[in-house]
Design a protein around this ligand. Structure first.
Ligand code: PAF
Length: 286
């Protein structure tokens, strides 16, 4: 696996792969890779001949009080994991390479609708930062497909909408969330948790499962379920940021007769904000 740091080198390496008749897959990441990222790369490697991963902690998607400075940067370990997972080329640019004129005057990509509320409500500007950097990476690599994790469900919806609205000829593939044995969704931010916090964190997924079970059993008072779920998170020592039941396809508010649902949660444990979601289908009514 080659590592390149400039757009020029990236384009040259991708052009060579294209000239060899290979199709191209892209896995954008912010590094500090875990088994969830490895699954994205492995999925890409099953589908295409040449897998490009990117590692870039994108300042444009972090709020002023967020963890940009402390976000873990572990390039050497990440390179090893990418090789194991079947990656062919790593693009690991500097901030200057991605934003040569700085970020203040950077053209922004704004995806309306799905980017509003949920994480978009709690993190103003976050999805503009994501949509902008992903658009840049798509134009730099021009992949046939790109793989994203379902753990960032709203991000996935934003990227699907971006690709559709701007007619980008890129297939977006969603890879299921990888979880620890106790159910906690793998995330680079789990590394911020101390032992007590780590022991409390699986409450998020437990809460999502309980809510889904209740809905499958016929409960349709979503407001009550959400209140109960938030109480449960608080009892476990977490501070819920949001807990919502939405239509899985477009993230609009769920209604009692919807069959394809997603429950999405964000909660703080100390200063660490974790997100998770659970997508499920209800049987058709007889
Ligand atoms: O999911 C992430 O790690 C980031 O939001 C992404 C898609 C790499 C854009 O910076």
């Amino acid at each position: 696996m080659n590592t390149v740091t400039t757009v020029r080198e990236l384009r040259a390496a991708v052009a060579q792969a294209r000239a060899e008749g290979k199709d191209i897959g892209l896995v954008p990441t912010m590094g500090n890779l875990h088994a969830g990222h490895a699954a994205l790369v492995e999925k890409a490697a099953q589908r295409v001949d040449f897998v490009v991963a990117s590692i870039f902690v994108n300042p444009l998607q972090f709020g002023p009080k967020e963890d940009l400075a402390s976000y873990p940067r572990t390039l050497a370990a990440d390179q090893e994991k990418l090789i194991q997972a079947g990656c062919h080329l790593l693009f690991a640019p500097s901030v200057e390479e991605m934003y040569p004129d700085g970020m203040a005057g950077q053209t922004l990509v704004h995806v309306s609708g799905v980017s509003e509320g949920l994480c978009g409500g709690s993190r103003p500007g976050h999805f503009d930062g994501v949509a902008t950097v992903v658009t840049k990476l798509f134009h730099m690599v021009q992949p046939d497909l790109a793989v994203f994790g379902q753990k960032d469900y709203q991000q996935l919806a934003v990227i699907r909408t971006l690709v559709r609205d701007l007619n980008m000829p890129i297939q977006i593939i969603a890879e299921p969330t990888v979880r620890a044995e106790d159910g906690l969704a793998l995330s680079s931010r789990n590394g911020y948790l101390d032992d007590t916090q780590r022991a409390a964190a699986p409450a998020i997924y437990r809460c999502l499962k309980q809510m889904a079970t209740a809905i499958k059993a016929g409960e349709r008072d979503f407001a009550k379920l959400i209140e109960q779920g938030k109480d449960e998170l608080e009892r476990a020592g977490l501070r819920p940021d949001y807990l919502e039941i939405r239509k899985a396809d477009n993230l609009r508010q769920a209604e009692a007769n919807d069959r394809h649902l997603v429950i999405l949660a964000a909660a703080f444990i100390g200063n660490t904000r974790l997100i998770d979601n659970l997508v499920f289908d209800l049987e058709e009514l007889a």
